[in-house]
Write a new protein. Sequence first.
Length: 172
Amino acid sequence: MRPEIAVAAVTLAFAAYIDWKEHRVPNWLTFSAWGIGLLYQGWVGGIEGLEYGMIGSAVGIAVLILPYALNGMGAGDVKLMAAVGAWVGASDLLNAFLWIALIGGGMGLYAMIRSRQLKKRLWLVLTASKNLFALKKLDMGNSESTPPKILLPYGVPIAFGFYAYFLFGGLL
């Protein structure tokens, strides 16, 4: 196993565990993983390696910045993607993101079913999707008819999505 994959896997495990328990991904984890990832890439690949890590970080931010800006997720999730992008690069990050989206969607659907408000929440998802395409905030505003938010620790699907890609993408 390549060292960058091993470090990314360990970082993701810590992030998923903390996010599951505390519903946040701490800055000490994301910033240290990001900084060390860039240092590693620069050490191993020189300027090209540093560029590789920076582009991976930028792509990590880019894939989640819109949902974050629309209050659909927390900043820790975005920083986690940037940190892991520094380690694995843009191509692997984008491939893993497909798995992340599938797993995150499955977790979201399960959370809606478990809350026993699937129909109401699907309507809210439809409304939020309309808001997303209109570049409006994802919240619905009417707190009386809107059920309480379901907190989804998105660090978990990020970790499992990367693990699935590592496994099925042949990186392990």
